[in-house]
Design a protein around this ligand. Structure first.
Ligand code: FES
Length: 446
């Protein structure tokens, strides 16, 4: 049987028929590094053939392509790809303790490095510095955490992984763990993030008298994915030009005053499902040549979770909400449907669905008083009253009759402002009871 002489170990072993050099090494306890697990995806198991190169098997396709990239000579062979038919003498190249530890220490995900296509999402807050300058540090941290709570949820509920926080910015990766439809989920996540931002704005305005906005950039590209770092902070992450590109796409939002921009690669990957608002050709810092960026309006993509709770009948999408029984304890419940918060109220076992955002200042209607006699819901913030069946305005902010009269003759500024405001009805939706659940129907727009 052919033999291998391992240097600097000075150990000689017989090699079994068909066995690779790596297999012989590991069978005999020689600490030979193989970051990809011996699959011919990296060059860490490289060794130098000192004698007997003619006894080595021809280079495999994987080995040839890796060796071209690594610019090595023919004496360097990959242990995981090479078998022998005669004696050889080899020198292991990765020798020191640090090298061995870096690949053998506890791996977070078990993935030590691969190139793969992923969708990378960068988000950033627009106008946070002027916003935060007027606040105490406590408020800044409180608001940021409240904001990130919503954004992280928008990423994770769309099968993404938050990779990093950079100040008030966030990096998320879709497809890191081989999830399905990563590019679609990244765009859906960006839309959900913007909806969450819109949802937060009335609260910020009410509490702090000001608000901020968000910019999101998405790129679909190849990156090196693996467990990177050391000690407790070692984690599965991605590196490469694609990450940098996604960050540049996000920054372009400032120039175009847009909220969600995607790269041409992302557009090409999922263009059939996208609703595009606009597109632009531009230069991005550090990127050669002009690129095309697309501004996103919407995406026609129903996630697996959504499709389980969705039925389309004629021109209505019915969404399953919660069990009818649950309304005994909670007669007013809010459901997120197609990025809208929809309030379902139980009025003596009849169920009505309204947009949860009061059209006056977009604050939540949940918890407002119901008047069964007049069939109204009176917003708990400034007491605008709407018919819960039709959505029509019955009262636009409650002020006294005396003030109303003064407003009409232009003598009370507050009353005059209110009387001049457009009175906007609240959107209402169909409901039905089926299988013990409440369903809310949204009409499909032509
Ligand atoms: S938010 Fe002002 S009346 Fe509803």
């Amino acid at each position: 049987m052919p033999k291998i002489d391992f240097l600097p170990d000075n150990k000689i072993f017989e090699i079994e028929p068909g066995e690779t050099i790596l297999e012989t090494a590991s069978r005999n306890g020689i600490p030979h590094v193989n970051a990809c697990g011996g699959e011919g995806k990296c060059t860490t198991c490289r060794l130098l053939i000192l004698e007997g190169i003619e006894n080595c098997s021809p280079e495999t396709e994987k080995e040839l392509s890796l060796k071209n990239k690594a610019h090595t000579t023919e004496e360097f062979r990959l242990a995981c790809q090479t078998t022998i038919n005669g004696d050889i003498v080899v020198r292991r190249l990765v020798l020191n303790k640090e090298d061995i530890e870096s690949v053998s220490e506890r791996s977070v995900s078990g993935r030590l490095g691969e190139t793969k296509k992923i969708a990378i999402l960068f988000s950033d807050i627009r106008g946070f510095t002027p916003f935060s300058e007027k606040l105490t540090p406590y408020d800044v941290v409180f608001i940021l955490n409240r904001y990130f709570n919503r954004m992280v949820n928008a990423v994770e509920s769309n099968h993404g992984t938050v990779d990093n926080y950079i100040g008030d910015g966030m990096v998320a990766i879709f497809g890191l763990h081989n999830e399905e439809n990563p590019a679609q989920y990244a765009v859906k996540s960006a839309l959900d993030m913007c909806a969450e931002m819109d949802d937060m704005k009335p609260y910020l305005k009410t509490m702090y008298g000001q608000d901020f906005d968000i910019g999101v950039g998405i790129h679909w590209g190849e990156a090196v994915v693996g467990d990177i770092g050391a000690g407790k902070s070692k984690r599965l992450t991605a590196i490469g030009d694609a990450m940098n590109f996604a960050s540049r796409v996000e920054s372009a939002n400032k120039q175009f005053q847009s909220r969600i921009l995607i790269s041409e690669e992302t557009h090409n990957e999922i263009k059939d499902s996208l609703v595009i608002k606009d597109f632009m050709r531009t230069n991005l810092p550090g990127i050669e040549g002009r690129v095309t960026l697309y501004e996103i309006e919407d995406i026609n993509f129903t996630s697996e979770e959504e499709s389980i709770n969705e039925i389309i009948e004629e021109s209505i999408i019915w969404n399953k909400c919660s069990e009818i029984e649950s309304f005994l304890a909670n007669p007013q419940q809010v459901f997120k449907i197609k990025r809208e918060d929809i309030l379902v109220v139980n009025v003596e076992d009849n169920f009505y669905a309204l947009n949860d955002k009061c059209p006056h200042a977009y604050l939540s209607l949940q918890g407002s008083d119901i008047d069964m006699k007049n069939e109204t819901i009176a917003c708990r913030w400034h007491k605008s009253a709407f018919c819960y069946k039709t959505g029509e305005v019955r009262e636009w902010m409650k002020i006294s009759n005396f003030k109303k009269m003064l407003g009409k003759i232009g003598l009370n500024a507050e009353a005059q402002e209110i009387s001049q405001m457009e009175h906007i009805p609240v959107d209402v939706y169909k409901t039905k009871q089926e299988d013990g659940f409440i369903w809310v129907g949204i009409e499909i727009k032509e």
